[in-house]
Design a binder for this molecule. Structure first.
Ligand SMILES: NC(=O)c1ccc[n+]([C@@H]2O[C@H](COP(=O)([O-])OP(=O)(O)OC[C@H]3O[C@@H](n4cnc5c(N)ncnc54)[C@H](O)[C@@H]3O)[C@@H](O)[C@H]2O)c1
Ligand SMILES: [Zn+2]
Length: 362
């Protein structure tokens, strides 16, 4: 087993685990699994897009290490992130004589890692979870923090559990097959992490974002490690989302409204990019954020290939914000930057400032 390029420890009350990142890491997945879980049987969950690309490769590497695997393939896409899509998975795993020591492996994007996490949390009242994220978003965001779950017609991610992984294995080579728009979408969350926590990381990304878009695997490994470390530190300080974790919602109050009014025509990453622009403009209008910094944010979002303008109805977006689930005591809370690398939570943003920020995106 070759040493990993990066290993980030995440310390949670339930215990600590590693996020391991290295180009080519999938080839060593068997050795890592043996070291962490010691089990010779695993259940892999993946989706119909990832299966033909990565499932057989992973199974072969596991087999070479003496690990037997069964696999459940979900139909790809957010529309299939439902409880009913999980029923056949429970069937496959239980009929396949899943046992309590056998980990569930989530091989895929955030939809798969959220669903695999939920199965691991619930099957046999909980089994170990191993995340093998294959989208940039799942690598830097969804697979770290222990939030798992599925959607309900009433809203997204309303059924779920907190369940921390035993290990997260990240191979940036998996991004080689990911459509470029999903790379851009993942970069929106990377930009977000630097705006809320790391001015130096922001400058680095300004200089090197082209390498991420060109999928330079060594650059990506470092970028992913940097972002996992930021998300891990935030989540460690607030495991159940009572305070500081709200900072991860920067750009998301505006973003969720844009995503939902567009009926998901704007992807999550595109919506968050627009949301970060709107939030930065609102912060500037409140006199708490300077114009130069705001322009740097906009330029980086554009450099990532994300839109800086939208065509949606302004009133519809403003109305949708009131229904965002992160509403506290009927006041909409906004995470706003006061400098690059630092944000504050405000629930006193006047409606005309909110509206003007949305209007400015037209
Ligand atoms: N748990 C959390 O903390 C958390 C955080 C952020 C987002 N999420 C969840 O993540 C989900 C979004 O994740 P996503 O953007 O990764 O979406 P996704 O899982 O739908 O993946 C995007 C698309 O890429 C395909 N794909 C995945 N890996 C690939 C690869 N290597 N090559 C080619 N195609 C590949 C998928 O099949 C899918 O079509 C949402 O459901 C969201 O709720 C969870
Ligand atoms: Zn997001």
């Amino acid at each position: 087993m070759s040493p990993a390029a990066y290993e980030i420890r995440v310390a949670m009350a339930e215990g600590a685990y590693s996020v391991v990142i290295s180009p080519g890491l999938l080839d060593d997945a068997g050795a890592w699994l043996k070291q962490v879980c010691g089990s010779t049987r695993v259940a892999i969950m993946t989706d119909s897009n990832v299966a033909p690309l990565w499932l057989d490769k992973l199974r072969q590497h596991l087999q070479a290490a003496g690990i037997e695997s069964m696999a459940a393939v979900l139909p790809a896409g957010e529309d299939h992130k439902t409880l009913s899509d999980l029923l056949p998975v429970y069937d496959t795993l239980l009929r396949g004589r899943m046992d309590r020591n056998a980990p569930v492996i989530g091989l895929g994007g955030g939809v798969v890692t959220d669903m695999a996490g939920f199965v691991a949390a619930t099957i046999l009242r909980g089994v170990p979870l191993v995340q093998v994220p294959t989208t940039l978003l799942a690598m830097v965001d969804a697979s770290v923090g222990g939030k798992t779950g599925v959607n309900h017609p009433v809203g997204k991610n309303l059924i779920g559990a907190f369940h921390q992984p035993a290990v997260v294995l990240i191979d940036p080579r998996a991004l080689g097959s990911l459509p470029i728009d999903h790379i851009r979408g993942g970069l929106a969350e990377c930009i977000k992490h630097d705006i809320i926590r790391d001015a130096e990381g922001f400058s680095e990304l300004e200089q090197h974002i082209g390498k991420a878009l060109a999928r330079d695997e060594h650059y990506l490994a470092g970028l992913i490690a940097h972002n996992v470390a930021i998300k891990a530190r935030v989540v460690e300080s607030d495991p159940f989302e009572r305070g500081e974790r709200a900072h991860l919602n920067f750009g998301h109050t505006f973003g969720h409204a844009i995503e939902s009014v567009s009926r998901y025509q704007y992807s999550h990453g595109q919506s968050v990019g627009l949301g970060m622009i709107a939030a930065s403009r609102a912060a500037e209008a409140l006199g708490m954020f300077d114009k130069k910094a705001r322009l740097r944010i906009e330029a980086l979002i554009v450099a990532a290939g994300l839109p800086s303008r939208m065509t949606l109805d302004v009133d519809a977006v403003v109305d949708a914000m009131a229904f965002d689930k992160k509403v506290s005591r009927s006041k909409v809370r906004f995470v706003l930057p006061d400098r690059i690398g630092h944000v504050v939570v405000r629930d006193d943003v006047p409606p005309h400032v909110v509206r003007a920020a949305v209007q400015s995106l037209k």
